[in-house]
Design a protein around this ligand. Structure first.
Ligand SMILES: Nc1nc2c(ncn2[C@@H]2O[C@H](COP(=O)(O)OP(=O)(O)OP(=O)(O)O)[C@@H](O)[C@H]2O)c(=O)[nH]1
Ligand SMILES: [Mg+2]
Length: 1391
């Protein structure tokens, strides 16, 4: 035992070692870590952690024969990751009993070679022989460093003995894992552990040992202890085991004594109960104390994981005490233990700065992992307080431990992270408080100001269920890209450059406004800066030289970019073409405002006039038209902007052509309209002001300009600072541009060269080249945000002349009008196809139009068509006909010609690409999805989105043979992995992406393939910063299978033919039954018949598993509430620190959790078996809970004393009354008034409480006093009803018919609560009333029942239960039916 005094003496760290941790500087002006944290973090390398958590690489797998496998073992084509031997001949499934697989990996792929034991003359003997051959091969192969053996516990010892003998001399194997196949739930044969332990007496190579399902008896512990004492090479030991405190004491003996083990770095114990073993297999608090004791002495252990060990506050306290002095431990994992707030407090104390001494007791501890425990809301301030000052903790993992936290708690935690610079991983999976727009916006803002946070687990939270996780992930990815090294020591300054985006429909006056602005700028500055000649001046204001033929007026093509400097602020004006054909490109240059907090503002212009008749007279534009115009662009801006609290995009509205209405008060006219929009869009856009002006007049736009100027200055002050180095580099870049007026692109190598001339960007001697490159990239990104250049990561060049690219190049390419002056031939055909030669012509044409004054007709150099293609491929603007072939043509989906007439009407004929001739249609699976914009009022998938998605998906499937990827306007069709896809887009008003799939694969595989390859990528693509629409949340809906089977045209697939995934899940849970059928509304063409599909089929396996888990969660919650015993003295003592609502943490660890990360081809089986397991569990719980609730009502509600005694019946509910039973509604809210309600009572029978049908009931007047007195009864009743509903449909009896679906969901507490202002009381939590309220309620009921004929009015009879034929104290009021039954069986006496 660790004696507290021993720990106590070493607890007070000497000041020299504690390093005097100080607060990080209040507002970091440079993005560097405080020096102390830097040195501390430098010692700790989080990289492996990133790998641990990063998603799996794409897998490929192939089956091979045994000789092929052995050859591969000898000469592995790639690095061997693991050799996996699965040997379980007793299992009777052919596909899954014996196999050997070799996992290989290079940078890109994980590849698996699989050999299955098969063949006609297979026998135990040959199986064994093959195993022996593999063992021989692996031992002689120097490439195998990791082996996993999964075996049947019966045969285990023979194979293991063989392996161990072979390994005695081996030095190359580093990781050995031996598991018993956990489908048997049996521990490994103890002989087998003995062999392994003995092998460790001589083996010197193995660093890591994992044993799965071991029954650690004292004898086994002794064997392992001997190995630990002798072996000095083992670094990590993982035991999934039944082990108790005594066995642990034996096992940890080698860590004390004269020559203690000081080499083991990681010890993981996961408690498991195995069949046949005695006891629960948990080390408990005693074991934790033992480990704490080890930690006091040991100096090698860095990671301790004690999962499912039944450790509570007491054990945690001992561990925390040890941590006060220990200086080596980095990771403490206490998942699946009943650790509560008190325990958390203890651990947190070790790394919280003492406000008095400003010191942190422990500075080496890095990770806290507490999954699947119960940490109440009180944990939030404790953690927030710690995170605000701590600068050592790297990971905080609270998966499924903080489910009960509310929005407020999460916000507190997030706020505390604003200044924290050490935390990289925060996991709040399953937390109910991660919900609502405020939390989302706060997270997104935080990720901008805190670039250190790399991972944030939000799965299983309301936010992620709503699909918001994609945009969080996109930002996290950006954060993770950055090295913290990169920014060390780089100074930052307030930026001095901003961008202004001019938008509005064609002829709104954008270009006119821009020119007037530029002109007045030149006028103002030219007197001082004498450089500008009048010729240059003219040049500047007539920037555009591309006109559309056949038009009188000039129309902007693409985007024109011009730069002015006002009061030392450089403003680049981006004049976006109003014409729709160019919109596809716009959102690639519009910043996702909050993503980097770049300085920019939007000006939205609108021509206020419409010609009236032919006489050249004008009238004011109709309000509706104005609204429509403005709304389009506001939605465009909002869709490109992530949610944010502090960094909403600013929009200034200008109504032009004011000169046409000299006598009208225009401001007053437009004010209400702008105000209305301002309010509507206030969550996503900040409409700052509006003006009326004559865009042609300098004088008229002067106030606008002034206001804009002011706005820009204030924005520049607010946005994150930029690197000092940017402005220096800018000077260098300008010099370069002057020297190379003919080069619109700069090679990355040249850019690097320029960077090396700037001290802060120079690569220092000995510095990692990657760091230098990352810095240069960061600066390039910042300059991109300032509008100086266009930088896209992954290209070896940048565009230094944005106007050239946006206007000259993209403007021409996207111009559908083939009569462009510069080209005689149509550039792009109706399939969106063009040849590379054509692009070359575009490039050439752009050269001669270059308007650089210094550029006098020379040929522009440095751009080859290939660069252009690369750039466009990168931006998802085009894809190559034959990827990699530099001569093939390219497709530019954005310039696909308009859809056919039928398609435009929504009647595009659909047909499958493949055609399974041999297979009948019935054997194929037909599934459909719809991704749609959550809030089409404020956001939309912009015009460029679907064309880019067409490119994005093409790239994804371009390597796939026979993918037959074809596109049309708003349409994609392709084949992948046995699935045929039809994707049709319906936008921009509806913003729906319909995905129709026909599959020859089974359900699990079909769903997984679609999710992995289309749904998830599409959502992620939408959430990605540049190419996507970050403001849009895509909701996933399920399409009625019939639509897919019969290939209904788009028009027929109305919104009634789809149902939201989350909506359907809620419906299932609200229904309380697993065989819930969803009934489709009839489509236009259908005449008769109800069409329903089972929810399980519609949702697909993965979603169904989620439904079951959530269902199970609810039931478990009820279970723990019901089985809680009320005893007044059990509160507040440490002997039972478990909160009464703590769910048993161990229940999910058992069978449903796989010990091993199974190979992917087994994933479907696992999913299916989990689903089966859960359904069984749910059924069992439902059956148990109904009677157990009925028997334990007093543990759920605190009834007044007299009522407990059964003086009067007391299970009250109120109804509205009504002519027929069907019109009767349950009352869930009661306000005083001059009306009455019907008063009902439930049958109290202990086998199942229920409502009594056709009960006459009483009348209750709703005067003030009665309402007040009856309120507790009503709420108690509602609480019981809520629980009955949550248990099952059966338990709920007749109540569902008295409730609408919405009321029912609210009562059950299963609607996602975004707003807290629901005045209805929440009956799912604990109800509490004051003693006065209780008394009043009790009096009222007794008084009310007085003199009433209870049997006649309520159909209830007072009975006394019999115990073995003798009357007991238990009295109840039960219904006729129950009474007769009970009397017949001699169970009750009537009183
Ligand atoms: N009388 C009057 N005419 C204006 C005003 N603003 C613009 N115009 C005229 O409207 C026409 C179109 O203006 P532009 O500035 O080219 O329109 P735009 O918004 O750039 O249009 P696109 O580039 O096609 O999107 C031009 O002939 C302008 O002279 C204004 O305030 N008053
Ligand atoms: Mg224009």
């Amino acid at each position: 035992m660790c004696t507290p005094p021993a720990c106590g003496t070493s607890m007070g760290l000497s000041p020299t070692t504690s390093d005097g941790y100080v607060l990080p500087p209040p507002a970091p002006t440079t993005l560097s870590l405080p020096p102390k944290a830097q040195s501390a973090l430098a010692m700790y390398n989080p990289m492996p952690l990133i790998e641990k958590e990063s998603g799996p690489k794409p897998q490929k797998y192939s089956e091979v024969d045994i000789d092929g496998l052995l050859r591969a073992l000898k000469n592995p084509p790639e690095k061997i990751v693991d050799l996996y031997i699965h040997y379980c001949p007793r299992i009777k499934s052919d596909s899954d009993n014996c196999s050997v697989s070799l996992t290989l990996a290079d940078d890109k792929f994980v590849r698996r070679l699989l050999y299955r034991f098969a063949g006609p003359d297979r026998s135990e003997y040959t199986d064994h022989q093959i195993c022996s051959r593999v063992i021989t091969a692996l031992v002689s192969s120097p490439a195998v460093s990791s082996v996993t053996l999964e075996i049947d516990y019966v045969q285990s010892d023979v194979i293991v003995a063989e392996l161990c003998t072979a390994l005695q001399k081996n030095r190359t194997l580093q990781r050995l894992s031996v598991y018993s196949d956990n489908r048997f739930q049996q521990p490994l044969n103890s002989e087998c552990v003995k062999h392994i332990a003995e092998m460790f007496l001589v083996n010197t190579g193995i660093r890591e040992l994992q044993l799965g399902l071991v029954d650690i008896t004292l004898q086994v512990a002794d064997n392992l202890a001997l190995a630990l004492r002798r072996n000095r090479f083992l670094r990590g030991l993982t035991l999934y085991a039944r082990i108790d405190a005594d066995a642990l004491a034996v096992l940890t003996k080698p860590f004390s004594g004269s020559e203690p083990n000081q080499t083991l770095q990681k010890l993981e114990i996961k408690g498991f109960k195995c069949l046949g073993a005695r006891g629960d297999g948990q080390i408990g608090n005693k074991g934790a104390e033992n480990i704490a004791n080890v930690l006091c002495r040991n100096s090698s252990l860095e990671e301790i994981a004690l999962k499912n060990c039944e450790i509570d506050y007491v054990g945690v306290q001992a561990l925390a005490l040890a941590l006060m002095s220990n200086k080596n431990l980095k990771v403490l994992d206490l998942s699946y233990n009943p650790v509560d707030v008190e325990g958390l407090k203890e651990i947190v104390k070790t790394i919280t700065m003492d406000p008095a001494t400003k010191e942190q007791p422990n500075t080496t501890f890095r990770e806290i992992i507490i999954r699947h425990s119960f940490i109440s809301r009180a944990g939030a301030p404790i953690l927030a307080n710690m995170l605000a000052t701590n600068n050592t903790l790297v990971r905080l993992d609270l998966q499924f431990s903080v489910r009960s936290w509310q929005i407020k708690d999460v916000l507190a935690l997030l706020h505390s992270l604003k200044r924290n610079q050490s935390l990289r991983f925060l996991d709040l999976r399953g937390c109910d408080g991660v919900a609502g727009e405020k939390v989302l916006a706060t997270i997104l803002d935080l990720l901008v100001t805190n670039p250190w946070l790399e991972q944030l687990g939000v799965e299983g939270t309301p936010l992620s269920r709503k699909g918001h996780d994609a945009v969080i992930k996109a930002q996290l990815r950006r954060n993770a890209e950055k090295f913290m090294e990169v920014f060390k020591g780089m100074g930052t300054v307030t930026p001095t450059a901003a961008r202004v985006f001019l938008c509005g429909i064609p002829f709104a006056g954008k270009t006119t406004f821009r020119k007037t602005m530029v002109y007045s700028n030149i006028k103002r500055t030219s007197s001082s800066v004498r450089l500008k000649t009048s010729a240059a001046c003219k040049e500047a204001i007539s920037n555009s030289k591309i006109f559309k033929a056949g038009r009188k007026e000039s129309q902007t093509v693409g985007i024109e970019v011009q730069v002015i400097v006002e009061d030392n602020v450089q403003i680049s004006i981006w004049d976006l073409a109003g014409h729709e054909e160019f919109h596809a490109f716009h959102d690639l240059v519009v910043p996702n405002l909050s993503s980097q907090g770049s300085a920019c503002t939007f000006v939205l212009l609108c021509d206020m006039s419409v010609p009236q008749g032919k006489g050249g007279k004008y009238e004011l534009k109709d309000e509706k038209v104005v609204d429509h115009e403005l709304r389009y662009w506001l939605r465009f801006i909002a869709s490109n902007t992530r949610q944010s609290v502090h960094m909403l995009p600013n929009v200034t509205v200008i109504f032009t052509h004011s000169d046409k209405f000299p006598k009208t008060d225009l401001i007053a006219h437009f004010k209400p309209q702008v105000e209305k929009l301002r309010v509507q869009f206030s969550k996503v856009i900040n409409i700052t002001e509006f003006h009326v002006a004559d865009a042609r007049s300098r004088k008229s736009i002067e106030p606008v300009q002034k206001a804009m100027q002011k706005r820009i200055v204030s924005i520049l002050d607010r946005v994150p600072k930029v690197f000092d180095a940017c402005s220096q580099l800018q000077t260098k870049l300008n010099e370069w541009k002057n020297q190379h007026p003919d080069k619109p692109l700069i090679k990355w190598s040249d850019f690097s060269l320029l960077c090396s001339k700037v001290p802060a960007l120079k690569r220092l001697q000995g510095q990692d080249s990657k760091v230098a490159e990352e810095r240069q990239k960061a600066v390039a990104r910042a300059m991109h945000d300032a509008g100086e250049l266009l930088f896209f990561d992954g290209l070896d060049f940048m565009v230094v002349d944005p106007n050239w690219f946006c206007h000259e190049i993209m403007g021409r390419i996207l111009s559908l009008d083939s009569t462009l002056l510069v080209l005689k031939h149509p550039l792009i055909d109706e399939h969106g196809f063009t040849k590379r030669e054509h692009l070359k012509k575009v490039l050439e044409a752009s050269f001669c139009k270059n308007k650089n004054p210094l550029f006098k007709g020379r040929k522009v150099r440095g751009v080859i068509p290939e660069d252009l293609v690369q750039l466009m491929v990168k931006l998802n603007l085009c894809f190559e006909q034959n990827p990699g072939d530099k001569t093939s043509g390219i497709y530019i989906p954005a310039s696909l010609s308009n859809p056919s007439e039928a398609a435009a009407r929504g009647e595009r004929p659909l047909s499958w690409a493949n055609g399974y001739d041999q297979v009948s249609d019935d054997e194929l699976l037909h599934v459909g999805w719809r991704l749609k914009c959550e809030n089409p009022e404020l956001t939309t998938l912009t015009l460029g989105f679907f064309p880019r998605l067409q490119v994005f998906l093409q790239k994804k499937f371009s390597g796939v043979q026979d993918a037959r990827y074809t596109i049309e306007k708003n349409f994609i069709s392709f084949v992948f992995s046995g699935l045929e896809f039809l994707i049709e887009y319906n936008g921009p008003e509806e913003c729906q992406v319909d995905i129709l799939v026909r599959s020859s694969k089974d359900t699990v595989e079909t769903w997984a393939t679609v999710e992995e390859n289309v749904l998830k990528p599409t959502r992620e693509f939408c959430a990605s910063p540049t190419e996507g629409c970050q403001g849009v949340v895509l909701i996933e809906e399920i399409m009625r299978p019939q639509c897919v089977r019969e290939l209904w045209v788009r028009k027929k697939r109305t919104k009634d033919q789809c149902i939201g995934v989350e909506d359907l899940k809620l419906k299932v849970m609200a229904s309380g039954k697993l065989d819930y059928e969803y009934i489709w509304k009839k489509s236009m063409a259908e005449s008769h018949g109800l069409k329903a599909n089972s929810a399980e089929v519609l949702l697909g396996p993965a979603h169904w598993e989620d439904v079951l888990s959530r269902f199970l969660d609810t039931l478990e919650k009820i279970d723990s509430e019901v089985s809680r015993r009320r005893s007044p003295d059990s509160t507040g003592t440490h002997s039972s620190p478990l909160s009464p609502l703590t769910p048993p943490p161990s229940r999910r660890v058992g069978r449903t959790v796989s010990l091993l990360p199974r190979p992917s081809e087994m994933a479907s089986q696992l999913l299916e078996s989990r689903i089966a397991d859960r359904s069984v569990e749910i059924n069992a719980l439902q059956k148990k809970l109904f009677p157990s609730l009925s028997r334990n009502i007093d543990s759920v509600i605190d009834l007044p004393f007299l009522l407990q005694d059964g003086k009067v019946p007391h299970l009250v509910y109120l109804s509205t009354g009504g002519d027929s039973v069907n019109s009767e509604r349950l009352v869930t809210k009661l306000t005083p008034g001059s009306y009455s309600r019907k008063f009902h009572l439930m049958c109290e029978h202990r086998d199942g409480i229920h409502m009594i049908e056709h009960q006459v009931g009483g009348i209750m007047r709703c005067d003030e006093k009665s309402v007040r007195s009856v309120r507790p009864h009503m709420l108690w009743g509602l609480k019981l009803i809520s629980m009955l509903l949550r248990i099952s449909e059966l338990a709920a009896g007749g109540f569902p018919t008295m409730l609408t679906e919405a009321e029912r969901m609210r009562l059950m507490g299963i609607v996602a609560d975004d707003d807290d202002n629901d005045e209805r009381p929440d009956v799912t939590g604990r109800l509490s009333f004051t003693p006065e309220e209780m008394m009043a309620a009790e009096d009222w009921l007794i008084h009310y029942m007085k003199g009433k004929n209870i049997p006649a009015l309520f159909g209830l009879h007072k009975v006394c239960y019999l115990d073995n034929g003798l009357p007991s104290k238990h009295v109840a009021w039960i219904c006729d039916k129950h009474m007769h039954f009970c009397l017949n069986h001699g169970l009750v006496d009537v009183l």
